[in-house]
Design a protein around this ligand. Structure first.
Ligand code: NDP
Length: 496
């Protein structure tokens, strides 16, 4: 035993050691030190979790709790998350190195998902169909799917889980969660609150470990009805293929290379802040990063000069320090990936205007995983640095002349998660937001999200929508019930 805190999977309402008896280390990206050990689960733990969730779905207390009762449980969980937001945020920061400022804002906001979907739980109404057949009564019921598998990534573990967990439970499903191997601890802490809220055993389960080992065993499990995945496009495509083999539903929230478009009538200082928040907030490790900055010719030089000056002031440092603005990269593979893209950009001929390499110094502490906020100018949209997701603090600036050209460049990409538009013209804002092929468009703002507003991707950025009223439909299936009111049964050889 190492003496480090140990985190076990949470299966059927209990924290149990993994079948393998093995644990892996979880590292604090700022101290570069191992701070805890997490269970390395295998297919047998995956099976136990799914069986527990299936049992809870079909028998026991959960199916007996009515929709209003489910809503009350969700709201209770929301209250408990609000009370424990600081502690949960600190677990997230220890695991992913993102700023306490950001994770605390997220953890304080997460209860809203449980209040909103808790309120929606008893408003899932079927309809009576004014059916065209004589002496027949027909109505619909919207029923839960069964066991929902939630696979979450390392950048915002609890927030991205809330997108899935709250509507899945509100609809009456049971859940198995597989967090990223890099950030399992906050999800396991959340299970203490799930238990305290009074959810019956087996309704929510967590299996930890590696995607290829335990994640794929969960996706393949015959009793999983649907997979809700947030992560990279490659892993998402693998999960989608595996789910398709079992004819399971899939919601995928994947990568992005979002255009942030600054027109020459924009309020320049606002747009500079918008560009900064699009790429350097969260150290660029966000699917909605505005990593392609499109700037109109007339303001290009002035805008880029101001942007570089502003970016130079970004304070790197300890993510637990509330004055820090840019923290370390979360994982060593991600750090390597970011540096390799910086290399690619330089080789492609992009002009490095700021940063362009690893960062070190007293502010980076013991972490070997800081990258300088990096800005490339002179990028063309065919370069790899303009087309591929870096998921780090690396901005590519592309110059454009006309509105049509901006839209063409914005859409000339495999992704379609989000886009930003900076303009004072309402006509331009409406025209361009309609023309850009992305699931979310922000005008004169960036990175705004709410439990109320649908979120998801066009093209390779994903399938389905999270958040908002419509996302509860992703967790329901419709049953049509026919009741004959006729006094006799008609000719059985003819369709009625
Ligand atoms: P992944 O997409 O591989 O990980 C996301 C989640 O999927 C993790 O829980 C992971 O588990 C799990 N997973 C991976 N493979 C499988 C599988 N075959 N079956 C089931 N589950 C699986 O992210 P990476 O950490 O590898 O990052 C790769 C790239 O993805 C990043 O560089 C970034 O570009 C993008 N990304 C996008 C995110 C987003 O918000 N859309 C979030 C994170 C990354 P495990 O961690 O144990 O492998």
């Amino acid at each position: 035993m190492s003496g480090l805190p140990r985190f076990n999977p949470y299966i059927n309402g209990e924290s149990v050691p993994p079948a393998t008896g093995q644990y892996f280390e979880t590292v604090n990206p700022y101290t570069a030190k191992v701070w805890a050990e997490v269970a390395r689960c295998d297919a047998s733990d995956a099976n136990a979790a799914v069986e527990a969730a299936w049992k809870a779905f079909t028998t026991g207390d959960w199916p007996k709790i009515n929709a209003t009762g489910r809503g009350a449980l969700l709201r209770k969980l929301g209250d408990l998350i609000a009370e424990n937001a600081q502690e949960l945020a600190e677990y997230e920061v220890r695991d992913n190195g993102k700023l306490i400022n950001e994770m605390l804002v997220q953890c304080k906001y997460i209860p809203q998902w449980f209040y909103y979907y808790g309120g929606l739980a008893d408003k899932i109404e079927g309809s009576v169909i004014p059916i065209d057949k004589a002496e027949m009564f027909n109505f619909t019921r919207h029923e839960p799917l069964g066991v929902i598998l939630c696979i979450t990534p390392w950048n915002s573990p609890l927030l991205l889980l809330a997108f899935k967990l709250a509507p899945a439970l509100a609809a009456g499903n049971t859940v198995v969660i597989k967090p990223s191997e890099f950030t399992s601890t906050s999800t396991l802490k959340l299970m203490e609150l799930v238990e305290k809220a009074g959810f019956p055993r087996g309704v929510v389960n967590v299996v930890t470990g590696f995607g290829a080992e335990v994640g794929s065993a969960l996706v393949d499990h015959a009793k999983v009805a649907k997979v809700c995945f947030t992560g990279g496009t490659e892993s998402g495509a693998m999960v989608y293929q595996a789910a398709a083999k079992g004819l399971k539903g899939c919601t995928l929230e994947l990568g992005g290379k979002s255009p942030n478009i600054v027109f020459d009538d924009a309020v320049i200082d606002d747009a500079v802040k918008g560009a900064i928040s699009g790429i350097f907030a969260a150290t660029g490790q966000t699917c909605i990063a505005g990593s392609r900055l499109l700037v109109q010719d007339g303001i290009y030089d002035e805008f880029v000069a101001k942007l570089v000056e502003f970016a130079k002031t970004a304070r790197m440092g300890n993510p637990m320090d509330t004055a820090t603005q840019v923290g370390p990269v979360t994982t060593p593979p991600q750090y390597q990936k970011i540096l390799s893209y910086i290399d690619v950009a330089k080789k492609e001929g992009a002009q490095c205007l700021l940063g362009g390499g690893p960062a070190s110094g007293p502010e980076t502490g013991d972490s070997p995983w800081f990258v300088q906020p990096t800005i490339f100018g002179g990028v063309t949209n065919t370069m790899r640095i303009a087309q591929e997701e870096v998921f780090g603090p690396v901005l590519s600036i592309i110059r454009f002349k006309t509105d049509e050209e901006a839209v063409e460049i914005a859409n000339d990409i495999a992704f379609g998660l989000a886009a930003g538009i900076w303009t004072q013209s309402i006509k331009r804002a409406l025209k361009v937001s309609a023309a850009v092929r992305a699931g979310t468009v922000w005008v004169n703002t960036y990175r705004s999200l709410s439990y109320m507003s649908p979120f998801g991707g066009y093209k390779k950025s994903g399938l389905g929508r999270e958040n908002g009223i419509e996302s509860i439909r992703e967790f329901l299936q419709t049953k049509s019930v026919w009741i004959s009111t006729a006094n006799d049964v008609p000719n059985p050889f003819v369709m009625r």
